[in-house]
Design a protein around this ligand. Structure first.
Ligand code: IDP
Ligand code: MG
Length: 139
């Protein structure tokens, strides 16, 4: 069964949107098989987002991601990567479809409430970056 990494970013936690976002995942049939609240250091955020190093938004993004606690989750289900991306909506909230998390809650391109892996390869890397096997509870 496919797995993907989801994070409720610091703005989502700060705005008390964790419950609403988790409800959307569960209602859509994605199973939560791992979950924890944690705060990334700047160094961890830089390493997590290493693919974006050198881009104009990299500094802002990694400052933001280390600015407060996040909720990290492993979601499991058929096509979990794509289904999570569909629930999230486009990176830029102005292009996100109505009913998606980013359309409904984000008002800033960087502070866009949620992260989701963009491929099964990224998912494998990101899940092992944040979780140990002992923290993942499969059926
Ligand atoms: P994704 O989160 O939808 O996969 P990515 O392109 O992987 O989008 O970018 C990672 C994160 O970097 C985005 O979620 C957003 O927080 C931030 N970001 C991406 N593009 C921009 C931009 O053009 N301006 C400001 N921030 C951006
Ligand atoms: Mg991405």
């Amino acid at each position: 069964m496919e797995r993907t990494l989801s994070m409720i970013k610091p703005d989502g936690v700060e705005r008390s949107l964790a419950g609403e976002i988790i409800r959307r995942f569960e209602s859509a049939g994605l199973r939560i098989v791992a979950m924890k609240m944690m705060r990334m250091t700047k160094e961890i955020a830089c390493s997590f987002y290493t693919e974006h190093q050198g881009k104009p938004f990299y500094e802002n993004l990694t400052d933001f991601m280390s600015s407060g606690p996040i909720v990290a989750m492993v979601l499991q289900g058929e096509n979990a990567v794509l289904r999570n991306r569909a629930l999230m909506g486009a990176t830029d909230f102005r292009e996100a479809a109505p009913g998606t998390i980013r359309h409904d809650f984000a008002r800033d391109v960087t502070k866009n409430i949620v992260h989701g892996s963009d491929s099964t390869e990224s998912a494998a890397r990101e899940i092992s970056f944040l979780f140990s096997e002992l923290e993942i509870h499969c059926d």
